[in-house]
Design a binder for this molecule. Structure first.
Ligand code: AMP
Length: 301
């Protein structure tokens, strides 16, 4: 099934307790599409400034990401994000965010992009997410991500968006912020009341929970001590999950559970190095192998 993503395409500067990197390739749509393309072709909608190196676009194209929807704006700068992780490597602080071209982005989707069946609205302004959704003719499954900045700055647009999507993926602190609810189970149910059919709450090293009207499903994270940089974990989780659904060609409840497992494992590789470094050499076979050990770890009578 054809898969489309819109989100940020960024320069990231990252500080972790052990190392730091300046101006590396990042952004929600980049991490998502680079992961999802391991499973199925992905069409990217995004925007960059004239400071964006062509090699970065090439990196995405070589992975099989369709970059015709990546607009380059002359005379302007690319979105920039700087973050710092606390010693627990889970919580982070945003030190700087410069929306630049991303703040004014008014995308016009190429004609064939409009026929996409699966749509992922990666982290970005809900106004932008809605603008993209309005242009897709007949999507079968729309899933959205968001974050604290948008929950605080554009709550009305976010609530409108939630009524138009089937799925939402967000982390535990975002779920609490959105619902003003400290208990995650209650938060999950409150988000369901806002419109979507399912909600996935990510809990970093503690895994993910899926809420729907029928059931709750919980999955631990893959246990690892090789965490170098958690940036992009959420987006690569979503990339693995949506990529798996695109490859499977269906999105029933059982397939969504397997997709969440693949998302979890994709993220477990993402965090092993900065930016796209670990993902560059990752193969589908590596994921399948880790899937088997993961399954074994959770088997009980
Ligand atoms: P994640 O670690 O998966 O939550 O996402 C990290 C990515 O999100 C980084 O590569 C950033 O460039 C990007 N990012 C940070 N803040 C924002 C924002 N407000 N809107 C869109 N993308 C963002």
């Amino acid at each position: 099934m054809s898969l489309l993503v819109v989100g940020s395409v960024a320069f990231d500067s990252i500080e972790t307790p052990v190392a730091s990197r300046e101006h590396v390739i990042g952004g929600s749509a980049v991490h998502f599409s680079y992961a999802a393309a391991l499973f199925a072709p992905v069409k990217l909608v995004g925007v960059v400034g004239e400071d964006w190196p062509n090699e970065f676009t090439q990196l995405l194209s070589e992975r099989g990401v369709d970059t015709r929807g990546l607009e380059v704006v002359e005379g302007k700068k690319t979105f920039y994000w700087k973050g710092k992780y606390l010693p627990n490597m889970n919580d982070r602080e945003t030190l700087d965010v410069q929306l630049n071209v991303f703040g004014e982005f008014d995308p016009v989707l190429p004609e064939d992009y409009r026929q996409s069946r699966l749509v992922f609205l990666a982290n970005g302004s809900p106004h932008l997410q809605l603008k993209v959704l309005d242009q897709v003719a007949d999507p079968q499954l729309v899933v959205a991500d968001t974050m604290d900045l948008w929950i605080q700055q554009e709550p009305e647009a976010l609530l409108r968006l939630l009524q138009r999507v089937q799925g939402v993926v967000l982390n535990d602190s975002e779920a609490k912020l959105l619902t003003q609810e400290e208990n995650l189970i209650r938060a999950g149910h409150k988000i369901l009341e806002l419109g979507p059919d399912f909600v996935i709450i990510k809990k970093g090293e503690h895994g993910a929970m899926l809420f729907s009207a029928e059931a709750i499903y919980v999955l631990p994270a893959f246990p690892t001590c090789d965490v170098v940089d958690p940036t992009g974990a959420g987006d690569s989780f979503a990339g693995g999950m949506m990529g798996f659904l695109a490859e499977a060609g269906k999105a029933d409840a059982t397939t969504i559970k397997s997709a969440i497992a693949y998302g979890t494992l994709t993220a477990s590789f993402q965090v092993e190095d900065f930016s796209l470094e670990r993902m560059k050499s990752l193969t589908r076979a590596d994921l399948d192998q880790r899937f088997e050990s993961f399954r074994e770890m959770m088997r009980f009578e």
